[in-house]
Design a protein around this ligand. Structure first.
Ligand code: SF4
Ligand code: SF4
Length: 380
């Protein structure tokens, strides 16, 4: 059903106010649709969403405004500099303000508000992943705060990545600690248009950082990296933030970590959208893998700036996508075609989606899915 979110002029102003004003620059060339990964598995038109926004019309009840993964592929290509991702988020802000939100996002929002994580888990169990591991609580004297995201804290598959990270940091003699009083970074819920909830989550983390004297934050998730580096600065704070792929590169170069054992497998590296296109980190993860003896690094189709989104950004990690339309399924096909034994990446959403699609393969043993920390732990 086509709906006018408000009579024309008011709607145009509402979209502008919500961050979608750049849509007027669009000349409807359709390049955004040509590069959008959704059009490889189904049909979706960002061009049409931008068009609707220009005229103050929006189908806010449609599933379409929730489709964009904010992968940043189309704004990178738009010849008119339209901030397409912002236009889409602006419509979601209007929809969520009107209470028109997909059920999974509503449930996640309630969990984030009550427990500070999207997984319906208890806040007090956030640090349970570290029980029995040599991981200290952060104090003012600790050099680095390790900030594992909600998925690494609670999800059994991703807890292995948190444990691998802690083991590597200990092996390299890094002075790090964790803070139980932190919660979700808020990046993905913001992209679903829930600005107030994002601000609350961000403020809670900033207060915890400041009260505990945090200066440097090490993250495993590109989404946490993006939030703390680029979005928390809106609160007039500035923390040094490092993604684990950058930090591994540094530790190896400083001689604090030595990938000495051979890893005789072909590895394809997948660039997560929020590490690559959103933050320009393409080389360090490849350099880290390239330092491992015996490891053969292969490139898939759609690498680096052209990377194929896993389908998990923009809150899509919480929404259901029919099996035949999953971008992660397409990415696995590309990885297998490249001859890789292992699909490596550096993002919890990518791992979640790839593991899910791996289980749907006719032979689920055809390829392994690994975070780069899990590979490094095997060779040091
Ligand atoms: S690529 Fe840019 S100018 Fe072309 S249709 Fe998309 S938003 Fe409009
Ligand atoms: S940001 Fe990515 S998913 Fe969203 S419309 Fe553009 S290309 Fe498609």
């Amino acid at each position: 059903m086509w709906e006018t979110v408000a009579p024309f002029r008011e709607a145009i102003d509402a979209i502008k106010e919500a961050g979608g004003g750049a849509s007027r620059l669009c000349y409807q060339c359709g390049l955004c649709d040509a590069v959008c990964p959704w059009n490889r598995v189904s049909t979706f038109s960002m061009r049409s969403i931008v068009r609707q926004s220009t005229f103050g019309l929006a189908e806010v009840e449609s599933e379409d405004i929730w489709r964009c993964t904010t992968c940043a592929k189309c704004p990178q290509r738009c010849p008119r500099g339209v901030e397409t991702v912002e236009v889409g988020i602006a419509l979601r802000r209007i929809a969520s303000g009107a209470g028109i939100v997909p059920a999974p996002v509503r449930i996640v929002g309630a969990s984030l508000a009550a427990e500070g994580n999207p997984l319906g888990e208890e806040r007090k169990k956030r640090s349970d992943w570290a029980t029995g591991l040599p991981v200290n609580a952060f104090t003012e004297q600790t050099e680095i705060l390790y900030f594992p995201c909600c998925y690494l804290s609670y999800d059994p598959r991703l807890q292995k990545v948190a444990a691998a990270t802690a083991a590597i940091l200990n092996k390299a003699g890094v002075d790090f600690g964790i803070l139980e009083s932190t919660g979700c970074c808020g990046e993905s819920i913001r992209k679903t248009g829930h600005e107030g909830l994002f601000k609350r989550l961000a403020r809670d983390n900033i207060v915890a950082f400041v009260e505990n004297g945090v200066k440097k934050v090490l993250v495993s998730s590109p989404h946490c990296y993006h939030a703390i580096k680029n979005e928390y600065s809106e609160f007039k704070v500035n923390f040094e933030v490092v993604h684990i792929s950058q930090y591994l590169f540094q530790l190896i170069n400083e001689g604090r970590l030595e990938p000495a054992r051979a890893y005789g497998k072909k590895v394809a590296y997948h660039d997560p959208c929020y590490l690559g296109r959103h933050n320009g980190i393409y080389d360090e993860p490849r350099e880290v893998l390239g330092k491992i003896p015996g490891l053969e690094l292969v490139e898939m189709a759609d690498a680096r700036e052209d990377s194929l989104c896993c389908g998990g950004g923009g809150g899509r990690i919480w929404m259901d996508t029919p099996r035949g339309e999953r971008l992660s399924g397409l990415r696995l096909e590309q990885a297998i075609e490249s001859g890789a034994d292992v699909l490596a990446t550096a993002c919890p959403y990518c791992i979640t989606n790839f593991e899910d699609s791996r289980l749907a393969l006719p032979d689920s043993e055809a390829i392994e899915i690994k975070d780069i920390t899990e590979i490094i732990l095997e060779v040091i």
